[in-house]
Design a protein. Sequence first.
Length: 109
Amino acid sequence: MKYSIDTDINNILRGVRGSKEFILDLWNKGELCVTLINIMEIMSGKETRVREKREKIMEFLSEFTVLDFDKERAVLAGEIRRDYGIPFADAIIAAIAISSGECTLVTYN
């Protein structure tokens, strides 16, 4: 099973109780993925200005399969946003997860 982890994976990086165990459980069940949008959102956090924290985040992200964004997924994201009225980035993340086959989107929101 593949799991596309939404940007709220930041909870692990911030030390939110139970987040690490939740992700480790998913890791034992299958392949963990993130999107390019997730990486952009994570790297926009102020904590990435600190070299040590940035390196730790990059090391953590290197453990995930990165799902790409292309024209087909852009069309689907537009349709999702149009039909469901969800925020721009969330529509892209959903479209990438949907078009990646057997990929479950895991999010706190």
